[in-house]
Design a protein around this ligand. Structure first.
Ligand code: NAP
Length: 306
């Protein structure tokens, strides 16, 4: 199987780059020139030419415009990358006979529920980022390409821009931290998402191409860690464990605050917990509890710093 990985430098893309070779030959692409190929999702030609030249059996798109607050000021750019480029990519895959794996977000929901969202729950994004990601999901469905769209949430990793690394940095700089405690969701390690992806793809029946397999089992699935918390709960847990590991020297005083106390450009859902049941039942793989994954990620960070 030949796989074209787009967004290979991102949090999820970086872990996919390590894990996807177990399934076949991987051609990695990024917007910068440090991978096998340059693909800029802002350029239609860049997408179409890459799919035509590489001739992949499967495209995995881990690239996206992910700056949730900035998207409020740059809606056109967010839409171009998260929706219009995805439409071009999905059609290029369809024409080229490739299947497509793509990622979406818990922010397609408005957060008014109080039980975990199933895949078929009504969507109603509360911000521009969520709107553009939802439009990307629809573009893939409308193209008719056999696909796997994995919705995930609150992604963190040992590199990139994420809440876990921000907390570790702020803990060194401050004695007191105010953390939002009225938004509920599931912190998900990029490694969990990459492992879930590779697992799902490894369940294809003997002899089935990705197109044939995803014609049968494709669609939209939730994939997050198990359980949920708030940003305050996430910060308390990760900084507690980081202190045990001596990644931070002293624990700052953490205070729970409301979203109103901590205004951001983009509004965020109060509840964006996703229900993983469909993925677990279809692919026979259960993600770890969010606390277990946070511990593993911090352990990995310690190993890398050693
Ligand atoms: N991060 C989260 O909390 C979160 C939550 C829910 C769902 N998701 C979804 O999960 C997927 C992976 O997210 P992630 O956290 O791994 O994202 P990430 O770390 O922000 O990585 C996204 C990658 O996309 C690349 N990119 C941006 N614009 C591009 C363009 N025009 N052409 C090509 N590449 C471009 C970025 O490159 P540069 O760094 O060079 O810009 C970056 O390497 C995305 O679909 C995202 O929407 C993420």
């Amino acid at each position: 199987m030949k796989i074209l990985l787009i967004g290979a430098n991102g949090q999820v893309g970086n872990d996919l780059r390590e894990l996807l070779p177990a399934l076949g030959e991987v051609v990695s692409a990024a917007v910068e020139g440090n991978q096998d190929l340059v693909i800029d999702l802002k350029s239609r030609d860049s997408i179409v030419n890459a799919v035509r030249d590489v001739k992949p059996d499967l495209v995995v798109n881990a690239a996206a415009y992910t700056a949730v607050d900035k998207a409020e000021d740059e809606p056109d750019l967010a839409r171009q990358i998260n929706a219009e480029a995805v439409w071009v990519l999905a059609n290029a895959c369809k024409i080229g006979g490739a299947a497509l794996v793509h990622y979406s977000t818990d922010y397609v929901f408005d957060g008014k529920a109080n039980t975990p969202y199933r895949e078929n729950a009504s969507t109603n994004p509360a911000n521009v980022y969520g709107e553009t990601k939802l439009a990307g999901e629809a573009a893939i469905r409308d193209s008719g390409v056999p696909h796997l769209t994995l919705r995930t949430s609150w992604v963190y990793s040992t590199h990139g821009h994420n809440f876990l690394l921000t907390m570790l940095r702020l803990a060194q700089e401050k004695d007191e931290l105010d953390i939002v405690d009225d938004q509920h969701g599931t912190p998900t390690w990029a490694n969990t998402i990459a492992r879930a992806t590779v697992h799902a793809l490894s369940t294809f029946a003997e002899g089935d191409s990705p197109v044939q397999a995803l014609e049968k089992t494709g669609g939209t699935y939730n994939v997050t860690a198990e359980g949920y918390t708030t940003w305050f709960g996430f910060a308390t847990f990760l900084l507690g464990y980081a202190t045990q590991l001596r990644l931070v020297q002293h624990l700052p005083e953490l205070s729970p605050v409301t979203s109103e106390d901590f205004p951001t450009k983009a509004s965020r859902p109060a509840w964006s917990v996703l229900d993983n049941t469909r993925f677990c039942e279809q692919f026979g793989w259960t993600p770890p509890a969010w606390q277990t994954a946070v511990r593993h990620c911090l352990d990995q960070l310690v190993e890398r710093l050693a």
